[in-house]
Design a binder for this molecule. Structure first.
Ligand code: SRM
Ligand code: SF4
Length: 516
């Protein structure tokens, strides 16, 4: 059943404005109007279609750069072929200085500078290379993350690639758009981890599958309800369920949970519409029972322990694969920003040295898999690897940043450029024995995941010398990998212009940094 609002909060007079415009016209409906929009130009498009419904197709109007749109793709499990990367490079190249792409914290790509008049042609080109941007924004399931070394890592437990693709295909109707799941109460995140190091940050997803043995059989324990929002951040909690790692089981459970959420999720207050709020209201037992009912069968109870027992790896550098003689190469992409030439180079390098495949990570980096031992030396001489290095300095190495004020109208501060400049300045002045994971996010929406970082910065505003200045709240204590834990706020409203000495002190006190 589609778009049925059954919760007590969903009486028409109580619906929030997003629910009202969705009820008037489904977001996906703009798919049939793209040619017309392209003809009339963005200024003439109905405001709700322009600023909201187009996001159902991944097309984001940017108030900061009106007329230059952001296009958010879907890259299931963070896998992109060289042909796809080449096509994306050609698309952004057309936009000159406005054109670029960001690797996102969901192992995904967003293109910048896109003109609405070009969208029909861009969509034809994406389809020709097997890509889609459908349902990547607003009240939809976002890019589904999976282990970035799936099928490569000798120590992997489950290869997540087919599972992630199958879940995406179910949700998006093979990329064509699926009206069954285009009116969720809010955004929704799914992650499938196949390794021991929790490389997808399972705990911050609405549904997470983590490897676990039950009575000697390998499968997944299932966590639900993890999310970040401006008002509340929660790690996912056990559903007390275990599934076999097959497409039918994983897709079936995702479908059942999504249907329960779609039909019962809270729709009155948009700040309380994520899955965890429904779980809170019902209690886990009732939620689990509803999922079982929707599934039409009982769930296995969870395995006592999961198999996440390693520290998180960042996959930067050269690593032997499970296939003898082959390696995966993790490139550090500073703050995840790619320009057209970088994308052409990645496509070419992956073909010349690898198998024509590129992987993306939630740390906003790229990987080239399937590089034979005897190609390693030549690959390391490539000019791109002088910038996307295999051995970055300890702060830039683990730096993650959301979009910030350059393109995002929610932003309270500039993030990406500032993050990189500060990390490089501090690295020039201090010795650090280990990499320190610093995450920047431009506002409390937390797209840059500051709560999972060793040191997280959340953009805010502060008063200094009678003026309003860009500032950050500082979070610390985020732990990733085994026993993942969210960090807490340790300082408030530090003006960005005063941040360097504060960061240096934190690095000295907590991370054994010493002055050079
Ligand atoms: Fe996000 C909204 C960027 C990952 C929580 N996020 C936005 C928007 C769409 C706001 C807007 O319209 O401008 C940002 C687009 C800016 C732009 O032009 O790029 C935006 N979010 C991003 C990205 C690009 C950050 C990045 O630089 O990597 C990430 C895209 C992921 C993707 O490929 O789909 C991104 N956002 C996240 C994450 C991290 C994650 O998923 O692991 C979170 C926290 C986890 C979560 O959702 O539970 C996140 N974004 C939000 C929220 C707060 C959600 C909430 O429940 O309140 C918003 C605001 C909203 O939805 O109302 C938001
Ligand atoms: Fe924009 Fe805020 Fe998300 Fe950064 S955290 S991308 S500033 S919404």
């Amino acid at each position: 059943m589609t778009n049925v609002l059954t919760d007590s909060n969903a009486k028409p007079d109580k619906l929030n404005k997003f629910e009202r415009f969705k009820a008037e016209k489904d977001g996906l409906a703009v798919k049939d109007e793209l040619e017309r929009f392209a003809e009339i130009g963005w200024e003439a498009v109905d405001e709700t279609d322009l600023t909201q419904r187009l996001k159902w197709l991944g097309i984001f109007f940017r108030p900061v750069t009106p007329g230059k749109f952001m296009l958010r793709l879907r890259t299931p499990n963070g896998i992109v072929t060289s042909q796809q990367m080449q096509t994306l490079a050609e698309i952004v190249q057309r936009y000159g200085e406005d054109g670029n792409a960001d690797i996102t914290t969901r192992q995904n790509l967003q293109l910048r500078g896109v003109l609405l008049e070009d969208i029909p042609n861009i969509f034809r080109r994406l389809k020709a290379v097997g890509m889609t941007s459908v349902q990547s924004g607003m009240d939809n399931v976002r890019n589904i993350t999976g282990s970035p070394v799936a099928g490569l890592d000798a120590s992997e437990l489950v290869d997540t690639r087919d599972l992630v693709q199958a879940v995406q295909d179910m949700i998006t109707n093979d990329g064509e758009g699926n009206a069954e799941f285009t009116n969720l109460p809010r955004k929704f995140n799914i992650a499938i981890e196949g390794g021991r190091d929790n490389s997808v940050h399972a705990e911050i997803n609405d549904i997470a599958f983590v490897p676990a043995y039950r009575e000697g059989t390998l499968g997944f324990n299932v966590l639900v309800g993890g999310f970040f929002s401006a008002k509340r951040c929660e790690a996912a909690v056990p559903l007390d369920a275990w599934v076999e790692p097959t497409v039918d089981n994983v897709v079936g459970l995702c479908r059942a949970i999504l249907e329960v959420y779609r039909d019962n999720g809270l729709r009155a207050n948009r700040q309380k519409a994520r899955l965890m709020w429904l779980i809170d209201e019902w209690g886990m037992e009732a939620f689990r029972a509803a999922v079982e009912k929707q599934l039409g069968q009982a769930l296995f109870t969870a395995a006592a322990e999961d198999e996440i027992d390693w520290d998180k790896r960042d996959h930067i550098g050269i690593f032997p694969q499970q296939q003898a003689g082959l390696n995966f190469i993790g490139l550090h992409v500073p703050i995840g920003r790619l320009y057209a030439q970088d994308m052409f180079d990645l496509a070419r390098i992956s073909e010349v040295y690898g198998s024509g495949e590129i992987r993306l990570t939630v740390e906003q980096n790229a990987m080239i898999p399937h590089v034979p031992d005897d190609a390693l030396e030549a690959l390391q001489q490539e000019p791109l690897l002088q910038r996307f290095t295999l051995d970055p300095a300890p702060l830039t190495r683990s730096l993650v940043s959301c979009t910030g004020s350059q393109f995002c109208n929610f932003a309270l501060v500039e993030t990406k450029n500032r993050a990189l400049a500060l990390a490089q300045e501090v690295e020039a002045e201090m010795e650090l024995p280990n990499s320190v994971r610093i995450h920047w996010t431009g506002c409390p929406n937390s797209c840059g995941q500051p709560q999972v970082a060793d040191i997280g910065f959340i953009g805010t505003k502060a008063r200094k010398d009678g003026k309003t200045v860009e500032a950050v709240d500082i979070y610390m204590g985020g732990k990733v990998g085994k026993d993942a834990k969210l960090g807490d706020r340790v300082m408030k409203s530090i003006a960005c212009e005063d941040l360097k000495p504060v960061l240096k002190q934190l690095l000295t006190e907590h991370f054994e940094a010493i002055a050079k």
